[in-house]
Design a protein around this ligand. Structure first.
Ligand code: BDR
Ligand code: CA
Length: 309
């Protein structure tokens, strides 16, 4: 089995929490750092949540470094209606035993990418793309040195989840997404078109709870909270599992179908702010981006179960 070196940039968040459990428990990944960003809840909470989840998973060896507390130009947004006031649903907050590592999250990205072999460090972005945008401004060389940049964000055929045309992560900081997508970073996007195919059904949640582990219990609790929220707000019985998708792809690319494309982000109009315009009429050899269109959802849940066992 080959191991992929990875930084996870996130805003936990109930589905970020499942993605972290997936990565914390996997021998397929070498997790170099977790960086946090303000998004679903403010940065102080996303950082504390990352530390809590790290402790629950027994992975205090992994650095957590806070990044940007606000988008490049917009006011901080927030999605506590989908994640709870504290960000982790029904999980009561506690003060983690161990704190953050020294240094800013943006420097964690730059330092790891610059000091390791070219193309070897992947980045999974599970929140607004603010930290990578800052990193590109500070050290443009990283765009040529980064491995895959696997992003949960955007929507095409599914329409939006925060506005009719935009997905939350891109809408929250459209200028950051725009800067990243205009750079030479090899972006692979996992938008709502694919994350809506990965549903936390009762049977899938029960399988994780039955593992009898802290990781399994935590992942199941996150999904139960999402289930209750999505039932109330959207009317869905089985909530979509967004953020685990890019991490699962890095663990087993065969689970996903990707299409070469060029992605642009709307930054002018307020009505369609953060819309992702995905152009498939491109030369597949030179296309700058890839867009996920399909997934074997059972395979993603198998990976989550493997990591939580
Ligand atoms: C994305 O928005 C956030 O609320 C979730 O954590 C996920 O990253 C889904 O649109
Ligand atoms: Ca997220």
């Amino acid at each position: 089995m080959t191991t992929q070196s990875l930084i996870i940039d996130c805003d936990p968040g109930v589905d970020d929490a499942v993605a972290l459990m997936l990565a914390f428990g996997s021998a397929r990944l070498e997790l170099l750092a977790v960086t946090t960003v303000g998004g679903n809840v403010p940065l102080k909470k996303t950082t504390r949540n990352a530390l809590m989840l790290r402790q629950i998973a027994g992975r205090e060896d992994i650095q957590v470094r806070p990044g940007a507390d606000r988008p490049l130009r917009r006011k901080p947004a927030g999605a506590s209606e989908f994640h709870g006031e504290e960000g982790l649903g029904y999980l009561p907050p506690f003060t983690p035993d161990r704190g953050i590592a020294d240094g800013h999250g943006v420097d964690a990205i730059i330092d790891n990418v610059m000091s390791r072999p070219e193309g070897s460090v992947a980045l999974a972005i599970l929140g607004p793309m603010t930290n990578l945008a800052h990193a590109l401004r500070k050290e443009p060389m990283i765009q040529k040195r980064l491995g895959p940049v696997a992003v949960m964000g955007g929507a095409r055929s599914e329409g939006g989840n925060i506005t009719p045309s935009a997905e939350f992560n891109i809408w929250a900081d459209p200028e950051a997404a725009d800067e990243v997508l205009r750079s030479a970073c090899p972006v692979v996007m996992f938008g709502l078109d694919v994350t809506h195919q990965v549903r936390a059904t009762d049977a899938r949640i029960a399988r994780l709870a039955a593992l009898g582990t802290a990781r399994g219990d935590t992942a199941a609790a996150m999904m139960r909270f999402s289930q209750d929220v999505e039932k109330r707000i959207v009317g869905w019985d089985a909530p979509p599992l967004h953020d685990p998708c890019p991490v699962a792809w890095l663990m087993n690319p065969d689970l996903f179908t990707l299409k070469p494309c060029r992605i642009a982000v709307e930054v002018q109009s307020e009505l369609t702010r953060g819309h992702t315009a995905v152009e498939f009429r491109v030369d597949p050899e030179t296309a700058p981006h890839r867009w996920a269109t399909g997934v074997q959802a059972d395979g993603v849940f198998d990976l989550i179960a493997e990591s939580c066992a």
